[in-house]
Design a protein around this ligand. Structure first.
Ligand code: ZN
Length: 235
C-alpha cells in the first residue's frame, strides 16, 4: 500500500528534529498523529512548545489542515526513577568515563518506540516516525540506525503486526535538516522552527538567537547553532 494512503504516528518532542519529521510526515502520509513523552526532562518547556508548533503548522502547511490528527502525551517518568542523568537532574553535562555524555538516558529511545508501537497498534497505525540521527549527534547508541532497525524487527515480532520505523534524518547533518525544512515548507516553516521548537537541554527560553531560543552553550544548542551557521552560509 502506498504511504500516502496510510496513517503514521510521529514521535514529536517539540525539538527541531522531530518537528522537521512531522512536516515530512504531513507531506507523506494520509493522516498524522503525534506523540510526546514526559520523562521528567529538565527541558520540560519542550512539551509546551509542541502545542504552539502544532497550532502554528495549521497556518503554515496546507497539508496540516487536512492531515494533522490527534496528539498524545505519555508519562514515562519511570525513566527518571530508574536513574538520574544530566537530562533529568541538575547535573553537569560532560563526557562520562564510558565515552558517552552524561545526558545519555539509558533505554530512552527503546522505551519511546516500544510505547509508540503499543499506542500505534491500538490505533491501527503501522508507521512510526522519529527524528533520530547518527550524522551530527551526541553519540547516543539508541539513535543509531542499526539499533532502530533491530528494534523494528523486535516490535514487529512481539506485536505479531508489522511496524515500520522511519528515521528520515538519520543521514542528514544539522545544516541539511535546516535546508530540508525550507524545502518542505519554505521560509514559513523555517521561521516556525526558530520560534516554536526547542532543543536546549537546559530548557532556557530567555535568550533568542538567529536559530531560536536556548542557552547557547549546551551540546544541543551548539549543534543547532553550528547547523544554522552552515545553512545560512550556504544560502
Ligand atoms: Zn542550551
Amino acid at each position: 500500500m502506498a504511504l500516502h494512503t496510510q496513517p503514521a504516528l510521529v514521535l514529536f518532542s517539540g525539538g527541531q528534529d522531530s518537528a522537521t519529521c512531522l512536516a515530512w510526515a504531513l507531506k507523506t502520509f494520509a493522516r498524522v498523529e503525534t506523540l510526546g513523552f514526559d520523562y521528567g526532562q529538565r527541558h520540560r518547556v519542550e512539551l509546551e512548545v509542541r502545542h504552539d508548533f502544532r497550532a502554528a503548522l495549521l497556518h503554515t502547511m496546507p497539508e496540516a489542515r487536512t492531515r494533522l490528527g490527534e496528539d498524545h502525551l505519555v508519562d514515562l517518568s519511570m525513566l527518571k526513577a530508574l536513574g538520574e542523568t544530566a537530562m533529568t537532574a541538575e547535573r553537569t553535562i560532560e563526557m562520562a568515563e564510558n565515552g558517552l555524555p552524561t545526558t545519555f538516558v539509558p533505554g530512552r529511545n527503546l522505551m519511546f518506540f516500544t510505547a509508540a508501537a503499543a499506542l500505534a497498534y491500538r490505533r491501527t497505525i503501522r508507521h512510526l516516525v522519529g527524528g533520530m540521527c547518527e550524522t551530527d549527534y551526541s553519540g547516543y547508541p539508541d539513535c543509531r540506525d542499526d539499533t532502530l532497525k533491530a528494534l523494528q524487527v523486535a516490535l514487529s515480532l512481539g506485536l505479531a503486526s508489522p511496524v515500520t520505523i522511519h528515521t528520515p534524518l538519520m543521514w542528514r547533518d544539522k545544516a541539511e535538516t535546516w535546508a530540508w525544512a525550507r524545502e518542505l515548507g519554505g521560509q514559513g516553516l523555517v521561521s516556525l522552527m526558530i520560534d516554536h521548537t526547542h532543543s536546549c537541554y537546559l530548557g532556557d527560553r530567555s535568550r533568542k538567537w538567529a536559530w531560536g531560543y536556548g542557552c547557547g552553550t549546551c551540546p544541543a544548542c551548539q549543534l543547532r547553532a553550528k547547523g544554522w551557521d552552515t545553512f545560512t552560509h550556504d544560502l
